[in-house]
Write a protein that binds this ligand. Structure first.
Ligand code: BDR
Ligand code: CA
Length: 311
């Protein structure tokens, strides 16, 4: 069983990342930390607590983190996730096991107190992770891997040059990518293809369980936004794909490459510059996801929803 901390900004696909992680027998979720990104710090924190209440896992520890990036003003994505960050359905009240610790302190204490190495799974801007590394560099030796949703080799979504999570806090991303900790970069090249189509969403609705009934309209909202902006036939479940890799590593095809983070570019703020041909001769610092097994991912995701429907 892998021990993980999920650092997220729910967010529709973050919600499915939480559901997938908590449904798996392969993973032990030591806690959920939240960060500002898709919406404000307050909203993403409340959304995490609402999701945990929906699936009956109010025992899971939740710690709220940063309300803004390290240096920049916060940028949110209401055009994709709505004003609440989880528009499309009524979620239950926020309820859960709030630690009342800052996410950074929770991450540091949990990692330092664990006898086994821990996987960090960030699915939002990397602010909490970067500041944890700055505050207590000793955690590096106790982190097995950082499996993050962010960046891209060819693809982009927030600007023509960048993916949202890295764009929002590029300085944090630079700190994380330069940390020396093994990184798995699950970027848009694969996550834009991790689609639950509108047909899949109808199927989820037909399950008619207490969780699928809420998830289906949420995914339809998210799918419609993605259809409007990117022409997708459904909802790209970016963040859950990162979690799925820890459950079944054969879902992704990875290549060990050097990735630099653009923090200064006029048009390319937050770009993950992937040295595919190794022209720089720098040490690789990230396992970059280049391909995915979509049927395997979909099966895992649907099974996770059914698991909580039956609880
Ligand atoms: C990422 O940005 C957010 O909108 C999603 O939750 C995902 O983490 C995709 O670029
Ligand atoms: Ca996210």
């Amino acid at each position: 069983m892998k021990k993980i901390i999920l650092d997220c900004d729910p967010g529709h696909d973050d919600m499915l990342a939480i559901i997938l992680a908590l449904s798996s027998k392969e993973l032990e979720v030591l806690g959920i930390t939240t960060v500002a990104g898709n919406q404000t710090g307050e909203k993403t924190y409340i959304n995490a607590l609402r999701v945990l209440n929906l699936i009956g896992r109010t025992d899971v520890k939740v710690s709220r983190g940063f309300d803004k990036p390290i240096l920049r003003d916060l940028v949110t994505a209401p055009q994709i996730h709505g004003v609440s960050g989880l528009d499309g359905a009524n979620l239950p009240e926020p309820k859960g096991n709030a630690t009342n610790k800052h996410a950074v302190d929770f991450i540091i204490e949990t990692v330092m107190n664990s006898d086994e190495k821990i996987h960090l799974v960030p699915t939002g801007p990397l602010t909490n992770i970067a500041v944890s590394l700055l505050k207590e560099p000793k955690i590096k030796d106790k982190i097995e891997k950082i499996v993050l949703m962010g960046g891209a080799f060819h693809d982009s979504n927030f600007t023509p040059g960048a993916e949202f999570n890295i764009y929002v806090d590029p300085e944090a991303a630079k700190i994380v990518f330069e940390s020396g900790i093994p990184i798995v970069m699950v970027g848009l090249d694969v996550t834009n293809r991790a689609l639950l189509t509108f047909e899949d969403i109808d199927y989820i609705e037909s399950l008619n369980g207490h969780v699928s009934r809420v998830i289906a309209p949420l995914l339809r909202f998210f799918g419609k936004a993605n259809n409007e902006f990117f022409g997708f036939d459904g909802a790209p479940i970016h963040d859950a794909l990162a979690v799925s890799y820890l459950i079944d590593p054969t879902i992704l095809t990875l290549k060990h490459l050097h990735v630099d983070i653009e923090t200064k570019g006029e048009f390319t703020r937050g770009q993950t510059v992937v040295d595919f041909y190794n022209v720089l001769k720098k040490e690789p610092n990230a396992y970059v996801a280049l391909d995915l097994n979509l049927p395997k991912f979909k099966t895992l995701m649907i099974e996770a929803i059914k698991y909580f429907d039956e609880k």
